[in-house]
Design a binder for this molecule. Structure first.
Ligand code: SF4
Length: 225
C-alpha cells in the first residue's frame, strides 16, 4: 500500500527474540498507549476523547462515501476473491495517532486481540491485523481508510467528475489532520505523549526527516521537542 518495510530480526535478547521490528514497534506502542489511557481519570479521558471529535466526524464521512460508492466493487474485486490486495503483509505505516485513536475508541477485548496477534509470528502474506472477520482495528489506520486501488478508482470515477471531486475533497480534509504544514491533530497527539516523557518509534511527525522538513518549510519550530 504505502510502502513495504523489510522485516528485520531483533537481537536475541528476550523471549520475544523471534519478533521482527514491525511487530515490536506496533506492540510496544499499543502497550504504551493502553498504559497511559489506563492511568487517566475519567475526566481526562473524556477531554482527550473530545479532541478527536472533528477527526472522527471526518472518518465517518469517509466511511459513508466509501460504503456508498465502493462497497460493492471492493467486495467483488478483492474480498470475494480473497485477494485483499490492500491488506498486504507489513504494507502499511500506522502513525502513533492511529494507535491512540483506535485505543481510545475500543474496548479492552479488541485491543487484547491485536496484542495477541502481534505477539505471534505472521507466517502469511497478509497484514497481521487482518482477521477472519476483517480488520481487527475499530478505527483503521488513516492510510488504510483513505486507500483506493487504481482499478477501483477508474471504475467508479470514470465519467463521474463530480464524484471524483468529492473524493479529492476528502483527501484534502485528511491532510488537515495529518499533514504537518500547519498544526495538526496527529502532531498534537504525539506531542501530548512526548511532553509526558513517553516515546514511540511510530511518532513520525516528530522523527521522520521528511515530515520534519515539511514543518520547517512551513515555519513551524521543530526544536522544541
Ligand atoms: S490495518 Fe486493517 S485495513 Fe489496514 S492493512 Fe491491516 S488489515 Fe487491512
Amino acid at each position: 500500500m504505502v510502502s513495504i518495510k523489510e522485516p528485520q530480526l531483533v537481537a536475541d535478547t528476550s523471549q520475544l527474540n523471534w519478533m521482527n521490528t514491525y511487530n515490536q514497534e506496533q506492540l510496544q506502542t499499543l502497550q504504551l498507549v493502553r498504559k497511559y489511557l489506563d492511568g487517566l481519570t475519567p475526566r481526562a479521558f473524556s477531554e482527550l476523547k473530545s479532541t478527536l471529535k472533528e477527526y472522527l466526524s471526518f472518518r465517518n464521512d469517509l466511511d459513508t462515501f466509501l460504503t456508498r460508492h465502493f462497497n460493492d466493487i471492493c467486495t467483488e474485486q478483492c474480498f470475494r476473491s480473497r485477494l485483499s490486495a490492500c491488506c498486504s503483509r507489513e504494507g502499511i505505516i500506522a502513525f502513533f495517532a492511529d494507535v491512540l485513536v483506535n485505543a481510545v475508541m475500543s474496548d479492552s477485548e479488541p485491543l487484547d486481540r491485536i496484542e495477541a496477534v502481534l505477539s505471534q509470528p505472521n507466517p502469511g502474506f497478509k497484514c497481521i491485523f487482518l482477521g477472519d472477520e476483517g480488520c481487527l482495528w475499530q478505527v483503521t489506520p488513516i492510510v488504510c481508510a483513505i486507500f483506493l486501488c487504481d482499478s477501483a478508482k477508474e471504475r467508479v470515477f470514470e465519467g463521474n467528475e463530480e464524484l471524483h471531486k468529492c473524493w479529492e475533497a476528502l483527501e484534502e480534509q485528511k491532510k488537515r489532520f495529518t499533514w504537518p504544514d500547519r498544526p495538526v491533530l496527529f502532531d498534537d497527539l504525539e506531542a501530548l505523549f512526548i511532553d509526558a516523557g513517553l516515546r514511540s518509534p511510530l511518532m513520525y511527525l516528530h522523527d521522520s526527516p521528511g515530515l520534519l522538513r515539511i514543518k520547517q518549510l512551513a515555519g513551524i519550530d521543530t526544536t522544541k521537542r
